[in-house]
Design a protein around this ligand. Structure first.
Ligand code: CP
Length: 307
């Protein structure tokens, strides 16, 4: 895995290795590359969690971060994504972490071979590191994925998180169902699971994964008020009381409190929302480790020390 573009590209063995490494880092394990590794974080779209946790992950691994802000870079003079990444490659970057509003922006970067590209979210396309941190959170809770039922609820069509999670969860043996407004369904995604009524989905799932309404990707304004959406498709306090014993609530965040989830439930006992964010650092350490190892063509160029 030199690049991480989508979860679909990852073999299940690679997914499992990343989860093991992430847990190793979470348990205090360390790893540093022998050589200086330079990495740049290119966020063409806003981010709090992904950007900050990649930066913490990079610092924890002892990587050298090349400061890069889109607004003060030559992107503002019209430089293309390809030329920006090619430039970073030429000056010695080993890896670039990219978030971009364009679906599959990475297809434009195919000619670039000496730098690892790690996708931090492409439009409505994919968000592989979010998916991996979601998987780690589920694994910590249930031990495995076989036979689990995961309900993904909300703005499915515009969600790169839904797209990244659905395929890999099914390949890991989980059953996936979708719920939410019909106008936001995605036929392609429904290949990985059926639609279920919101109440059935919430009452029968082990994991209730809520999605934010992605207003920034909507061409037409939604049909409902915030209150109407919450009542029809949100996790209300009343719906939470109907959840299975031992089931958990997840959300990639940012959360719109009282829209897709009641304010009082964001930090409730069942919620793993902040655990997901914590896991993000360790999953991103594991992804960076794997990309660096593969780029250098050997596992022998690293120092691994368990605390
Ligand atoms: N979950 C997620 O990707 O959050 P950010 O947009 O803040 O990075």
């Amino acid at each position: 895995m030199k690049h991480l573009l989508t979860t679909t590209d990852l073999k299940i063995e690679e997914v499992k290795e990343i989860l093991v490494d992430a847990q190793y880092f979470l348990d205090g394990g360390t790893w540093t590359p022998k050589e200086n590794i330079f990495v740049a974080n290119l966020f063409f779209e806003n981010s709090t969690r992904t950007k900050c946790s990649f930066e913490v992950a990079e610092r924890r691994l002892g990587l050298d971060i090349i400061p890069f802000e889109v607004s003060t870079s030559s992107v503002s003079k019209g430089e293309s994504l390809y030329d920006t990444v090619k430039t970073l490659e030429a000056i010695g970057a080993n890896a670039v972490v990219i978030r971009h509003s364009k679906d599959r922006y990475f297809d434009e970067l195919k000619g670039i071979s000496n730098v690892s590209i790690i996708n931090a979210g492409d439009g409505c396309g994919h968000h592989p590191t979010q998916s991996l941190l979601d998987l780690l959170t589920i694994k910590q809770e249930f031990g495995s994925f076989e036979g689990l039922k995961v309900a993904i609820i909300g703005d499915i069509r515009h969600s790169r998180v839904a797209r990244s999670n659905a395929d890999v969860l099914v390949r890991l043996g989980a059953k996936v169902v979708f719920s939410g407004p019909e106008e936001w369904f995605d036929n392609e995604l429904l290949e990985n699971g059926d639609y279920e009524n919101i109440d059935t989905a919430i009452q029968t799932s082990d994991v209730v994964m809520l999605l934010r309404i992605q207003h920034e990707r909507h061409e037409v304004k939604g049909k409902r008020t915030v209150e109407e959406y919450h009542k029809a498709y949100g996790l209300t306090e009343e719906r939470e009381r109907q959840m299975k014993p031992g089931s958990i609530i997840m959300h990639p965040a940012p959360v719109n409190r009282n829209v897709e989830i009641a304010d009082s439930l964001v930090e409730c006992e069942r919620s793993r929302i902040f655990k997901q964010m914590q896991n993000g650092v360790y999953v991103r350490m594991a992804v960076l480790k794997k990309a660096i190892e593969q780029s250098e063509g050997s596992d022998n160029n690293v120092n691994t020390n368990k605390k």
